[in-house]
Design a protein around this ligand. Structure first.
Ligand SMILES: Cc1cc2nc3c(=O)[nH]c(=O)nc-3n(C[C@H](O)[C@H](O)[C@H](O)COP(=O)(O)O)c2cc1C
Length: 148
């Protein structure tokens, strides 16, 4: 059975200007909430996402240093703002600017939340190059040219 439309494989999904992709996680990073836009843009059903680690949408182009920075920032109580390339269920991708921070109840940290908005083509290019460089410098998965 074909689970996704293969013509969309590796294709970019553009996040509309007027949409906000929202999710929340528990303190371990497991998804506790995803709004409808998150589901539509990532290609997952809500029930595929709830309870899963947020790296379900991790794209292999993302350097691990970006997420180390994200976690150390939010664990120290600060807000993390960064550019993220995510992978859809059908292996297509979408770029966002993410703002990740804590959710507090009566002054106690209970969850984390992330709000995501679209970015420009120039910003996508800039970060694709930066993340390629970061992965290459850290011996993470890189793009290779193969001569036959
Ligand atoms: C609220 C919140 C939102 C997150 N959103 C994303 C996301 O959209 N994409 C992503 O790859 N990781 C996201 N992360 C980071 C993941 O938890 C994870 O650290 C990252 O995908 C790297 O995966 P790894 O830790 O298994 O290497 C988010 C974390 C939190 C706390």
């Amino acid at each position: 059975m074909i689970e996704y439309n293969e013509s969309e494989f590796l294709v970019e999904t553009e996040v509309p200007e007027d949409e906000l992709i929202i999710s929340r996680t528990n303190l371990k990073g497991n998804i506790t909430y995803a709004n409808e836009t998150f589901c539509v843009i990532s290609g997952y059903h809500e029930e595929d996402l709830l309870g899963k680690p947020h790296n379900i949408v991790r794209h292999p182009d993302m350097p691990s240093a970006a997420f180390e920075d994200l976690w150390s920032t939010i664990k120290s109580g600060k807000q993390w703002v960064g550019i993220v390339k995510n992978m859809r269920k059908d292996k297509g991708f979408y770029w966002v600017k993410a703002i990740v921070s804590g959710v507090y109840k009566n002054g106690e940290l209970v969850e984390y939340k992330s709000l995501r908005t679209p970015i420009s083509y120039e910003t996508k290019l800039k970060y694709q190059r930066l993340y390629d460089k970061m992965r290459s410098e850290n011996n993470e998965r890189t793009r290779k040219v193969i001569y036959e």
